[in-house]
Design a protein around this ligand. Structure first.
Ligand code: BEZ
Length: 211
């Protein structure tokens, strides 16, 4: 069965462009993003990997370790990454996993045979400090992902983990958040000294607590 939210993200040891990597040890006590791309030396993938390199400081700020993956060989990755730096203006600054025997791709369900039985699709897994899967996204090969959206979800997940809040539709960092319905008004009063606006008893809006 496919990996689902709340499942433990499987551990693995692999070769990467940064050397051998053991996934859980690499994540340590922090957060992680594992994303697959279909194939080296392809246009959309080249733009995506450059974008993740550009955004690396944003992942670092959030204590998120990133790794990319495809079923190409380490030799292929090593030959391709120069093109990413050259065309995207950002050199790879995170590990790119070589998974030619599909060990990780199979563990994470990254090959969707009715889309392609040779490529990984564009999968994203966000993993929490408890090593549990917090988010999965799957895009087709023809659509480049929006990694700003992935940072936005991480901001939301980290707020939920720290402050008992959820985030409303189209929320962006700095905007008001929602007090989770499981928190009583009495407990909310202690947790949210700035107060809240109750549009309904179950819809209580409060300023972002870490601002
Ligand atoms: C691309 O990255 O452009 C791509 C890769 C595989 C299939 C289609 C597009």
């Amino acid at each position: 069965m496919a990996l689902q939210l709340g499942d433990i993200a499987p551990d693995f040891t692999v070769e990467t462009t940064s050397g051998p990597l053991s996934w859980h040890a690499y994540l340590g006590d922090g957060w992680g993003v594992l994303f697959s791309h279909p194939k080296d030396f392809t246009p959309v993938c080249t733009t995506e990997l450059g974008e993740v390199a550009r955004l690396k400081p944003e992942f670092d700020k959030r204590n998120v370790k990133v790794a990319g993956l495809s079923v190409d060989s380490l030799d292929s990755h090593s030959r391709w990454i120069g093109d990413i730096a050259e065309t995207q203006g950002h050199a790879l600054n995170y590990p790119l996993i070589a998974d030619p025997d599909r060990t990780v791709a199979n563990l994470y369900g990254m090959i969707h045979p009715n889309a392609s039985d040779t490529f990984t699709v564009r999968s994203v897994f966000v993993i929490g400090p408890d090593k549990k899967v917090k988010l999965t996204i799957t895009y087709p090969a023809s659509t480049g992902r929006n990694f700003g959206e992935i940072l936005r979800v991480i901001d939301s997940l980290q707020l939920t983990a720290g402050y008992s809040v959820a985030t409303p539709v189209n929320w962006k960092d700095g905007e008001d958040v929602i007090i989770v319905p499981s928190l009583s008004d009495a407990d909310a009063a202690a947790k949210f000294p700035k107060g809240w606006k109750a549009l309904k008893p179950y819809l209580r809006v409060t300023p972002q607590p870490n601002r």
